[in-house]
Design a protein around this ligand. Structure first.
Ligand code: ATR
Length: 281
């Protein structure tokens, strides 16, 4: 790695960040291009977020990615947001322009590109089930609607959160979402569902799945935004049920590629980025 007096600094802030593959992915590109850039992980406690963002200005970082738990809270610390973040209130990418920090989210486009490119699955006209109604759902739902899905069902443990999302999306997008809580899962029309996306953190630190394997059918395309070494239970059970599957490692790649575009205004080197993280599968 070429670190010198002119090296541009980028990084990711979150808590935890120890598991993040973003440093590996982005540094691989800088090294390949022999750029004076470095991408570092910064563990930032929620209580220190404001100070950390001031530090990003003060230390003249070129850009940062933002991960859990800061994606929503950081909005108030930025000079402005653009793109998807205007609707979702979630930011995963910040660019520093002359000391002013601008945030957006590449999670939605990352998910859609991942499904369509790596999954070879066209979203247009598809009936989609989202498990979860938290920050990740909020970040991706607009791009899913933009991609032309014909129906969206959101199932969440806390039904009130799903209802709040339903109302917000109806007001802002005029798009009707069906909402249910977890115990209603068996009653859904499973034959009519094309795509199932888990946006919850279930499966990350345990071997659990919100979906009973009996509900899975071979025509389902199953996407788990969770990425970890080895497969999540959802991906394992969906594979066994004959479903096509894709994990969040692919979303990490495509959201990272979009962040790269924002920072450097050039096409990302997808193969180099993929190579760097896919060895961690
Ligand atoms: P993120 O930004 O990662 O989406 P979040 O906003 O806290 O994080 O949302 C986490 C999501 O995972 C929520 O949909 C949450 O369900 P609740 O809204 O009911 O809390 C879901 N989730 C997390 N742990 C869960 C569990 N053990 N069972 C069911 N859902 C869970």
């Amino acid at each position: 790695m070429n670190i010198n007096g002119r090296t541009a600094i980028l990084g990711v802030i979150g808590d935890p960040v120890g598991h993040s593959l973003s440093p590996v992915m982005h540094n691989a590109v800088y090294q390949y291009l022999k750029w004076d850039c470095v991408y570092i992980p910064c563990r930032v406690n929620a209580a220190d977020l404001s100070t950390a963002v001031q530090g990003i200005r003060a230390l003249n970082f070129k850009g940062i990615n933002v991960t859990v738990p800061h994606k929503q809270m950081i909005v108030a610390e930025l000079d402005d947001v653009f793109g998807d973040s205007r609707y979702s209130g979630s930011v995963n990418t910040v660019i520093n322009k002359d000391g002013k920090l601008f945030g957006t989210s590449t999670d939605g486009i990352g998910l859609v590109n991942s499904i369509q490119t790596d999954g070879g699955f066209q979203l247009h006209g598809k009936k989609t089930l989202l498990l979860g109604a938290g920050g990740t759902t909020a970040a991706v739902v607009h791009r899913l609607i933009d991609s032309g899905i014909s129906k969206l069902i959101v199932v969440n443990r806390d039904l009130a959160k799903a209802v709040a999302l339903q109302q917000k999306i109806l007001q802002t997008r005029g798009f009707p979402i069906e909402v249910y809580s977890l115990p209603n899962l068996p009653e859904l029309d499973w034959a009519g569902i094309d795509l199932i996306i888990n946006t919850t953190s279930v499966g990350l630190n345990n071997d659990e799945s919100l979906l009973a394997k009996e509900l899975l059918q071979p025509h389902h395309f199953v996407y788990d935004v969770v990425y970890k070494k080895g497969e999540t239970r959802l991906i394992r059970e969906a594979t066994a049920a004959g479903c096509q599957v894709l994990s969040g490692l692919s979303m990490l790649l495509f959201q990272g590629a979009e962040s790269f575009k924002i920072w450097f205004e050039m096409e990302p080197l997808l193969d180099i980025m993929r190579q760097a993280i896919y060895i961690y599968r």
